[in-house]
Design a protein around this ligand. Structure first.
Ligand SMILES: [Zn+2]
Length: 331
């Protein structure tokens, strides 16, 4: 068993213990019940990284036809997304640090949020949280003084030394499931947190996934959208660089055209990348890119391969670690 496998086993046991000792259920409200949440499951025949099993179902793998030849719109011509609320800005106590910068902070990775009994498969259970558990996690962040920031703010800090709020955290969601909008988004608003939603462009406006209009609603209320390719392939496994480029740059231009905002952050499907893929992500104009590797320590060299924490697998590890590293914004 490798280190990650061991970590998964250990953290799974910790999560089980945590669940047993969890606080009483919290009453929540959602804006609408929405369609029946879909059970996360794995597309057959696709190599799946351990942390990315709850991927879009196969029925969504027959995407609507999207022209490959859409003209690419450079980010520079588009306004940056409005992030004034609810992403936090630094207060008077925030520090700007000169010189080489590093930071320890959580980048949280969510997939499915829905009520009901746990999914049947272990992997899907690890990638699914109930609205009650999600609210407890947001409450933990709020009660402990955390402030949500965007990936752009992390890049601004690491590259330029632009100050971050005290106790920053990034909240991110993968794949564009509609349950994220139905159950997650209202709780983010309730607690005043911003989040970044990495969407698969071919899945938008399809059953079980968010719509373009929902993305626009979230942008108008301070959320950020990132690209997660057109069709969710394991990018490192694609031999054709033209296809890789279309998945990466094409998803960016698609979102920028439809949403009218610059899309400058990316997430690798299945956490699959290599040097060529990483170079394409940078060349396409993405400023940051997130993997599903485990980690909480970042420098400017990590901006194209940012690690993170997959809730709920690492919640206990995360709690302990952030308690130890809080305020260690930079060294
Ligand atoms: Zn994904």
């Amino acid at each position: 068993m490798n280190a990650r496998g061991l970590a998964l086993v250990i953290t799974a046991a910790m999560v089980a213990a945590w669940a047993l000792s969890a606080m009483p259920p919290v009453q929540i409200t959602v804006n609408s019940p929405g369609p029946a949440p879909v059970e996360a499951r794995t597309a057959p025949g696709v190599p799946v990284a351990a942390q990315e099993a709850a991927e879009p179902p196969t029925e969504a793998a027959s995407p609507p036809a999207i022209a490959d030849a859409e003209p690419y719109a450079p980010s520079a011509v588009l306004a940056a997304p409005e992030e004034a609320a609810p992403f936090s800005r630094p207060g008077p106590a925030a520090i700007a640090v000169p010189g080489s910068r590093a930071i320890d902070m959580p980048i949280l990775i969510y997939h499915t949020i829905r009520p009901g009994p746990p999914p049947a498969s272990q992997m899907a259970r690890w990638l699914t949280v109930t609205p009650e558990a999600f609210e407890q996690q947001l409450k933990f962040l709020k009660d402990n003084g955390y402030h949500s920031i965007s990936f752009s703010q992390l890049a601004d800090f690491l590259e330029k030394g632009i100050a971050l709020p005290d106790r920053p955290a990034i909240i991110s969601f993968d794949d564009g499931w509609d349950n994220q909008f139905v159950y997650g988004y209202p709780l983010l608003l309730k607690y005043g947190f911003g989040a970044t939603f990495f969407v698969v462009t071919n899945y938008l406006d399809r059953p079980n996934f968010m719509t373009i209009e929902q993305l626009k609603t979230m942008i108008a209320n301070g959320m950020a959208i990132g690209a997660h390719t057109r069709s969710h392939p394991a990018l490192a496994g694609i031999g054709n660089p033209h296809k890789q480029w279309d998945e990466i740059a094409g998803s960016k231009s698609f979102l920028e055209e439809r949403l009218g905002v610059a899309i400058d952050t990316f997430a690798y499907p299945y956490g699959s990348y290599n040097a060529a893929v990483e170079a394409m992500v940078k060349a396409a104009g993405f400023r940051t890119a997130r993997t599903v590797n485990f980690g909480t320590h970042y420098t400017a060299d990590d901006l194209a391969t940012l690690a993170g924490l997959t809730f709920p697998i690492y919640v206990n590890h995360y709690r302990g670690k952030v308690e130890l590293t809080a305020h260690e914004m930079a060294r």
